[in-house]
Design a protein. Sequence first.
Length: 644
Amino acid sequence: DLTDLIPVATAKDSNLWVTQIEGNSIESAGVIKMDFLGLKTLSILKSALEMLKRTQGVEIDLDDIPLTDEKTYELYQKAETNCIFQFESPGMQKYMKELKPDKLGDLIAMNALYRPGPLAYIPSFIARKHGKEPVAYDLPEMAEYLEETYGITVYQEQVMLLSQKLASFTKGEADVLRKAMGKKDRKTLDKLRPDFMERAKAKGHPEKVLEKIWTDWEAFAQYAFNKSHSTCYAIVSYQAAYLKANYPKEFMSAVLNHSANITDTEKDLQECKRMGITVLGPDVNETEKGFAVSKTGAIRFGLGALKGVGEAAIDSIIAERKNGVYTSPFNLITRVNTRAVNKRALEALVYGGAFDCFKNMHRAQYFFVPSGDKTTGIEKIIAYANTKQSLQTNTTNTLFGNLEEAIVIPEPKIPNCEPWPNVTQLDYEKEVTGMFLSGHPLNPYRFEFDLGYFTSLEQLAELEENTKELEKQDGRSFKVAGFITKFEERTTKTGNKFGSFAVEDFSKSKTFVVFGQEYLRIKPLLQEGLNVVLTIRVSRRFKTSDIEAAVADAQLLENFRANHISTLRLIVDYKTVDKEIIQFLGTYIPSHPGNTLLKILLYTDGENADKEMFMLEYTQHKMAVTDEFIQFFENYPYVEMKAF
């Protein structure tokens, strides 16, 4: 009985028993201590398998998947490991590309090595795997246990086995050595050392070599890791990578359903885009409660992510859908529970794009109030449902039978109006989902962002957190770009005006504060919805030694292309130049004057030679780089554009 061994009491917030004995010493009281880790990846795996069974009828037992799957190792080798447990950090991805793992043992070893202590051994581990560095052993007998890790001691189990082999330690003594290493117990290690030396010498091993081995083990104790732990992690990682490589849509749907916050969701959506997986907004005829793979093979945004649409509304929409697709908003409203699918829920569904499947109406119509009218489109839809319901109630069990069928209530006409501008539509999407679904306000400026002119706001935030890196940038300037989401003018204690404004780009949102002459100069551009380019200067604060990255100037993003691209270079394989390209350039350049010089770099690949290049420079006219020009050459994937 536990109460015979240790004192216990019930916890304040549950019925569980607790004890005051510390975890480090509780085993000496005669009980077993176990650590239980809650892991989100296990929930992701479970969700992915359930979805796979539901969408494709495929049942998989993760304990039976092959541990030699080529697609899975290819994913690791290319470092496409975003969303893969233990392998998604940039540092680990870098080493994956270099290591090119091709067996589970490589993943187990990297799990153990990618930590502060043993990190320094990774380059040697990689070099030895690829035969670029010789594999050496202090004693030939050590090869049996160190061969799998190319002569590098990686695991506690290796030390346990070697101590038994070299010095005839018992299994119990080897475990004492393991615990001492794991806990960095210097006293126990010092006690074990003479024992190891004497017994190993008795087996004929040279003392000098044994001294080196023990010294290495003492250093190893600083980062000792057990293989069983690393193996469990590697197996879970491999299972996730297997699903991502072989069933990417179901896996990414599960990942999205377990995203912790909007930032994570946006990163996961970016990963879907990189993988070529289409993610569509919600649709009342297809969407489930969470993210799920649709019949068309795309991932659909979940109804549960729409603010204002409660669980009862979602359940009603999905349950009734089994009786046939919804053909119009009127058809939907007369079939669902209108107490659950109320006005607020309908508004959120429209804002999120869930009614876009009804092609005879666009989103603005649901909220449009024409002159001389007082009701919106949504209010007309609700009134229609109420009338139908009232008629049904009043005509049931009358002398005339089912009178409802004889009385036809016409659907009200929803007046047409101008569709919302793209920015308005995106703002409403973000209001109900926390993100932009059908596009991004900065998409028209993808060209500028892809050219690498701008530092992302995420990179800027990381730089500001790293004081040493920031100091290295002292005196330098760089540019960030985005759209202004919020602006406030405030007053200092001394009565001077200053501005606080939030800017968002493709990576994140960041708030800036600007004072003095800089504020007065850029104030006209600080309007919500404007796209701006900010010049950020790194310098010391006035009268202090503190370093900061502060806003020094601003300009409209719309003008950036015309003012900053002095030369545009088209790099083209001469064999792909067709009549259409020549005709386009011949008419476009004279008719679009601007500030950019066009250069065309023609090349050919010789069989036994490097690329031969020939430069054409169009100096007669400088041109403007318009969306028309960019879109034309984006249709030619073999034409590369570079700006200077």
